[in-house]
Structure formats: C-alpha cells, structure tokens
Ligand binder design. Sequence first.
Ligand code: 2KA
Ligand code: SF4
Ligand code: MG
Length: 244
Amino acid sequence: MSLTLATVNPGEPEIFASLQGEGPSAGRPCTFVRLSRCNLSCTWCDTAYTWRFEGDNRPHRDDLAFERKANQVVLDEADVAARIMALGQDRLVITGGEPLLQGAALARMVALLEGHRVEIETNGTVAPHPALDPLVAQYNVSPKLKHSGNPTEIALIPERLAAWAADPRATFKFVIADPADLDEVLALQAAHAIPSERVMLMPEGTSSTFIRDRSRWLAPLALAHGMRLSDRLHIHLYGDTRGT
Ligand SMILES: Nc1nc2[nH]cc(C(=O)O)c2c(=O)[nH]1
Ligand code: SF4
Ligand SMILES: [Mg+2]
C-alpha cells in the first residue's frame, strides 16, 4: 500500500513546512504534502509536474512534458506520516494534483498522524473517501471555470458541488483570470446556494506582478458581492517554486 507523491528533486518527495499561501488559513504555518496525478488539466496549472507526463498531450500553456520517473515518488503511508511528524507542525495541508484520487491511502496515512489539523486542497470533482472524510477539518474547494480549458462536464459536477455547498468545512476558492469570470461564479453560487462568506476569489498568476495587478480589479468585485479575496502569499515570498 502506498501513496504517489510529487517530487522537489528526483526521488525527493514534496513534503515541506511553509506558510499557507492561499485560502481561509493563509499565513498559518503548516506542513504540506503534494500528491501526484490529477483528473483535470488546467491550461494555467502551476503544478503541471504532477500530471503532464511525457505522452500526455492535453493542452497546457507552457507545453512542458515532465519525465514521470523524475517527478513521481512512491512511498508507503508510514514513511509519509513519519516525514510529516518530523517537521513538527500542528497543521497539515494535503495538495496536488488532485489528492482525493488517493483517498483510501490518504486515510491510512492520516490515521498515523498525531496532533495535526488536516486541510485538503481539491478541485471539487472527487468525493472524499468515507474513511478519510471524518479525519478532515477543512476542504479548500477550487472548482475550475471555463478559462481553465477543462470540459465543463468534467470540471463541474453538480452533485459534488451540492455536497460541498452542504458541508460547512468547505470553502470555495475560485481562480479568477478576468472580471467576466465572476459571472460563472455567481451562477454556480446561485445554483447551489453557496453562502458568500464561504466564497473566496483568488487571482490567477504565478508572479507577484500578475497577482497584484489582478487583485486591484478583483478587490472591488469581492467587496461588491460580500466575498473574500485570497492572495497567493507563497508566490510573493518564494516565486513559482517547488517545496515552498
Ligand atoms: N505555501 C503554499 N501554500 C499553498 N496553498 C495551496 C498550495 C497548493 O499548491 O495547492 C500552496 C503551495 O504550494 N504553497
Ligand atoms: S485541478 Fe489543480 S492540479 Fe489539476 S490541473 Fe487544475 S490546477 Fe492543476
Ligand atoms: Mg500551488
């Protein structure tokens, strides 16, 4: 039994301590674990090394193809848990890729941890494994809008969105590239009765300049709709780098 993780360097799993850069817990010290693989393919994905392996021709703006051997590492659950424990934080953020694709193994891994509040970053298309779900304190759900390039029927699954809307642990974090993207957010919010205080708008961008420029027009939109603005603190601090 094992988990497939992303790597920082070939053979070195992406498990690290950092400040949560996005969403409701931004600014808090946490340990992060990044799992490999995703069921979506966003054209602007900043972690394409978790899914766009050689032979995968789904469109991505950088058109990079990653060598699978250098960018994945398989570890058993006890090894992953021990590495997380060794970093000494009391919060864990599980991200990817799409971490819920490995829900059963994640449940076994999380059960081995002591004293961690668990937060999951998800694209919102996959139901949490029933053994994992009770161990999770917070879901940061990021449904992908049209500008992600994913077919809507794959990216936006109505039953899943309804389930997240009904779960007070879930905050919706929408990646916004253009002011017009807000129309899609408002339609989803209305369709699933998502309270505005559980909606965060986050600028798309992997550079400080892009994020700041987009935040300038995004802030008044958040204010007008009673929604929250999310920054991407780690990009300002460390740039678009692995293990940060
Ligand atoms: N510091 C930091 N915060 C993050 N919040 C969400 C992240 C992600 O890649 O999912 C992330 C990340 O990669 N780094
Ligand atoms: S859902 Fe997340 S990890 Fe998957 S392709 Fe989109 S941005 Fe990347
Ligand atoms: Mg990221």
